[in-house]
Design a protein around this ligand. Structure first.
Ligand SMILES: [Zn+2]
Length: 314
């Protein structure tokens, strides 16, 4: 028996909304101050809101373009791709996730390694791509970073890693956790060679990435208001059953507590990195006519910290 019966007709659908004449993607709404920003202005400002300095997330390629001189670099180990070693399936097969992420980003995995110059200093930079399965660190990410560090040791140049990651890639299980040790081992060798390493922590840097190379820089630089932590705030709150303080796990909070060294506006980032590298003994090498820089050319670069007059850390 039916207790209630709809006697009146269903409400008519609202009249079709007139299509906007503003082309898609011309304006962006700031997540900080809710103002509309012309997309070109935002791009010219390195994706930082000109009104409130909110830092939008940017991709790995934009990151490298922003840091390297003349937006030029040579990509390394471009073709490394995951083989799905565990044949892992959660809500959908890992293989399908890889295919979808490759199509969406045009990358083979969540990291781009580039060799080029930062303010004239030959440098190798690895930048993580959040759009590729949350910037998670699997075997490929670990291997590419380890190779980048080894290459830096060979050509005697500094390393910068721009972190942006949800942590280790659970679809590769323990193999992804092993990357933490592998990258840390490579960084220890870089340290013994007295070559500088700068970690740049962007929003978000969490999990196994924070627990390994993100916190191992000779200098750990964060972008303003970036989420940086190991476990997420909700998990911690539920575990310790306490309210967390305001700004918990944000750059400024971590700077105050001594977890990181600097909080730097993205527009100042390149100059800060170049200044720090110079302070740590990296040398400017006059631009050769065969730009853009490639590994072979970096190989002929004069030794940086091996120079007799370079500052030595006791
Ligand atoms: Zn804003």
């Amino acid at each position: 028996m039916v207790w209630f019966k709809k006697t009146s007709k269903p409400i008519a659908a609202a009249a079709k909304i007139k299509a906007s004449r503003v082309p898609e993607g011309l304006w962006a709404k700031c997540l900080g101050c809710s103002q509309l920003i012309y997309h070109k202005d935002l791009a010219a400002n390195l994706n930082v809101c000109p009104k409130c300095a909110y830092h939008f997330r940017i991709g790995a390629a934009d990151r490298l373009r922003m840091l390297f001189d003349d937006e030029a670099w040579v990509e390394r180990d471009k073709d490394l791709a995951s083989t799905d070693p565990l044949r892992f399936t959660d809500t959908k097969p890992y293989k399908d996730r890889l295919i979808a992420s490759k199509a969406a980003t045009g990358l083979k995995d969540a990291l781009i390694v580039g060799a080029g110059r930062v303010d004239g200093i030959p440098t190798i930079i690895a930048a993580m791509e959040y759009a590729f399965i949350g910037g998670s660190m699997g075997v490929v990410v670990g291997e590419k970073i380890a190779r980048a560090i080894e290459r830096a040791i060979d050509v005697r140049c500094p390393v910068v890693i721009v972190c942006c990651s949800g942590g280790a890639r659970m679809m590769e299980g323990a193999l992804s956790l092993m990357q933490m040790a592998k990258v840390c081992g490579a960084l220890a060798r870089l340290d013994r060679e007295r070559l500088p390493y700068i970690a740049v922590l962007t929003d978000p840097t969490t999990g196994g990435v924070t627990a390994s190379f993100a916190m191992l820089g000779d200098l750990n630089i964060a972008e303003p208001k970036a989420l940086i932590g190991f476990a997420g705030p909700r998990v911690i709150e539920q575990t310790i059953r306490q309210k967390l303080p305001d700004g918990f796990q944000r750059s400024e909070f971590l700077l105050e507590k001594g977890m990181i060294d600097m909080v730097i506006d993205r527009r100042e980032l390149k100059a800060t990195i170049a200044g720090a590298l110079r302070f740590m003994g990296a040398r400017h090498k006059p631009q050769s006519p065969s730009a853009p820089t490639d590994g072979a050319e970096l190989g002929t670069a004069p030794a940086t910290l091996r120079d007799q007059d370079a500052p030595r850390v006791p």
